[in-house]
Design a protein around this ligand. Structure first.
Ligand SMILES: Nc1nc2c(ncn2[C@@H]2O[C@H](COP(=O)(O)OP(=O)(O)O)[C@@H](O)[C@H]2O)c(=O)[nH]1
Ligand SMILES: [Mg+2]
Length: 234
């Protein structure tokens, strides 16, 4: 298998819909019961590049695996459930620190999923032919359950992330562009989310390639030094 050129990681609490979002995008469907076994990834061909998109199980921090998943990541998708305020708070409290190992120029997206439960307009997937990237964020009138988390809360979190990463607002994509509301169930804005991220990841891949492989130790061909009789290494 070809090595991926870049890496995107989905992080967020259990049950926010990470696996469903990825499944919707890659498999084009929604399945009510999907289990996440450890961390799984899909390989997405994007132009000439292969981008690995990692799903995580949501409890990685307890096993110290979260930062491993994020190592070298070109983009991190922080996912919450729009009907669960706690799931947004957890992103800052538990998941943000896991992104320390991501690429220095890693881009961040904040995604509020399950918007089909609150917004009438999210009951339909987006029409295919729309010029999606030109569309401003519009919030539609809720006729259903009252949303617990609003776009403003996500935008505030995005600004905290910039502070945490010591980034200047003028050097990164605008908060309004990087906060999304999706429904894995109906497909609402799911393609838009992933395609926006993949577009943004390409320049990071190019930069990573130009700089060469990261400074890591390759242990696949490592042979331990032979021990001499005296116990010293040869
Ligand atoms: N209504 C609705 N339910 C969703 C949506 N996305 C996921 N779910 C449901 O939420 C639960 C958790 O989804 P899952 O993808 O396993 O979440 P994960 O733990 O973050 O991977 C499942 O019962 C899904 O069917 C969505 O967009 N809308
Ligand atoms: Mg999952």
């Amino acid at each position: 298998m070809k090595d991926p050129d870049g890496k995107v990681v989905l992080l967020g609490d259990m049950n926010v819909g990470k696996t469903s979002l990825l499944h919707r995008y890659m498999e084009r469907r929604f399945q009510d019961t999907l289990s996440t076994v450890g961390g799984a990834f899909y390989l997405k061909q994007w132009g000439p590049y292969h981008i690995s998109v990692w799903d995580t199980a949501g409890r990685e921090q307890f096993h110290g695996l979260g930062s491993m998943y994020c190592r070298g990541a070109a983009a991190v998708i922080l996912t919450y459930d729009v009907n669960n305020l706690q799931s947004l708070l957890e992103l800052e409290d538990r998941f943000l620190a896991l992104t320390d190992s991501a690429s220095a120029d890693c881009i961040f997206a904040i995604v509020g999923n399950k918007v089909d439960l609150t917004d009438e307009c999210a009951l339909q997937p987006e029409p295919e032919d729309e010029n999606r990237s030109e569309k401003p964020i519009t919030s539609c009138i809720s006729t259903k359950v009252q949303k617990q988390v609003h776009m403003d809360d996500a935008i505030a979190l995005y600004k905290k992330i910039l502070k945490y990463r010591m980034l200047d607002e003028k050097d990164v994509p605008a908060a309004e562009k990087m906060c999304f509301e999706t429904s894995a169930k109906t497909g609402y804005k799911v393609d838009f989310l992933f395609e926006t991220i993949f577009e943004m990841v390409v320049p990071i891949i190019l930069r990573q390639k130009a700089e060469g492989p990261p400074q890591t130790v390759d242990i696949t061909n490592y042979k331990p030094a032979k021990r001499t009789r005296s116990g010293c290494c040869a």
